[in-house]
Write a protein of this length. Structure first.
Length: 355
């Protein structure tokens, strides 16, 4: 068996969910879209099914996977529906849905409603991606309410820059949201993970934690609010080849790395086809049998190479942590010029082990 393993700690997922909800207060939807950020949506949802207030996914297909996996609690479609035919499924499977555009609103108003819909009406309070402008929000709300097709409307918005401590854009979004929802009945939901972690004014009726559930902080490195989060995924593999090179020898595609000392090179089973970012090549941190080392040369599709020169005990069979308990997925992401979200979502071809 190829030794690339994504070990998913469901107890850590549960711990992080409880921590997120406690920090936020009120209730929290566990955001398990994109296959739970690459961790396995059904397994993660099942691990908190007895305690979670509900779940959030991107779309109908993801919600149906959870229902097929035995999840009976509330599930919110964060993107809403893409065509009217999906609304029958929303009703049949008791799903909640975001309404974030005029088109989605018209679809809902024109659809049959054997039972009431539970709508999360989204405002564009400044991110300018999705949602009704503040000036149009109350009218959309009133049309929904007067249609008689909804039993409750949750007022929601989403932050563009909540992960930047000291940035006032989030306060501006909250102020715009508060002003435009004043006097409209219903629960409120505004906080993603970063909102939960550092914006107390974003703590309302419902939190929507995502990345923090997986134990990765969206905040700048070392921010104290990350304390207590436990990494859920540990991606590991093993060395299956070793070679000794002299000085001035190239390693890997493009000879992007050339040895500057006699070098012991370890070959391991993981590449960009597994989701390890190719941009995190030479210098990206790894842990080999518990000792720090680094990637050398370019990451290729199925393999990559690491420096064993200072680890004489390491060799074929040595275990390599690519990220997890010691190597922060955030650090690897930073080497690749991206964020942990993308790395976690991209993991594939690994053997997933739950426990
Ligand atoms: C993905 C998503 C979240 C979760 O965001 P994190 O930064 O992962 O906590 C919350 N709300 C909405 C609308 C989302 O799309």
């Amino acid at each position: 068996m190829r030794p690339l393993i994504a070990h998913v700690r469901l107890d850590h997922f549960r711990h992080n969910y409880l921590l997120a909800r406690q920090r936020h207060g009120g209730r929290a939807l566990a955001v398990v879209k994109a296959n739970a950020y690459g961790h396995g949506a059904v397994r993660c949802a099942q691990a908190v099914a007895d305690i979670a207030d509900g779940f959030a996914v991107a779309c109908l297909e993801e919600a149906l996977q959870l229902r097929a996996g035995g999840i009976t609690g509330p599930i919110l479609l964060l993107e809403g529906v893409f065509e009217a035919a999906e609304l029958a499924e929303v009703q049949a499977h008791d799903l909640w849905l975001v309404v974030q555009s005029r088109e989605q609103l018209e679809m809902l108003l024109a659809a049959p409603a054997d039972k009431p819909y539970r709508v999360w009406l989204k405002m564009d309070s400044g991110m300018h991606r999705a949602g009704f402008f503040p000036a149009d929000y109350a009218a959309a709300y009133q049309r929904l309410l007067q249609s008689g097709k909804v039993d409750a409307i949750v007022k929601m918005t989403h932050f563009a820059r909540a992960d930047e401590p000291g940035c006032d854009a989030t306060d501006a979004q909250i102020a715009a949201f508060n002003a435009a929802t004043a006097g409209l009945e219903g629960d409120v939901s505004v906080a993603n993970s970063a909102g939960i972690m550092i914006h107390e004014r974003a703590h309302r009726d419902w939190g929507r934690p995502g990345i923090m559930l997986y134990g990765s902080s969206p905040l700048p490195d070392g921010h104290p609010s990350a304390a207590g989060l436990k990494p859920v995924m540990r991606l590991s593999t093993r060395i299956f080849g070793v070679r000794e090179l002299g000085v001035g020898e190239p390693v890997g595609y493009g000879a992007s790395f050339v040895t500057t000392r006699p070098t012991r090179v370890g070959l391991m089973a993981c590449g960009y086809a597994d989701g390890y970012p190719r941009l995190a090549s030479t210098g990206s941190p790894v842990l080999i049998d518990g000792a720090n080392s680094q990637v050398i040369g370019r990451v290729s599709m199925d393999m990559m190479t690491v420096d064993l020169t200072d680890l004489p005990q390491a060799g074929v069979g040595s275990e390599v942590e690519l990220w997890g308990d010691t190597i922060s997925v955030n650090d690897v992401a930073a080497k690749a010029g991206t964020i942990s979200y993308e790395l976690l979502c991209n993991v594939k071809r690994a053997h997933f082990v739950y426990g």
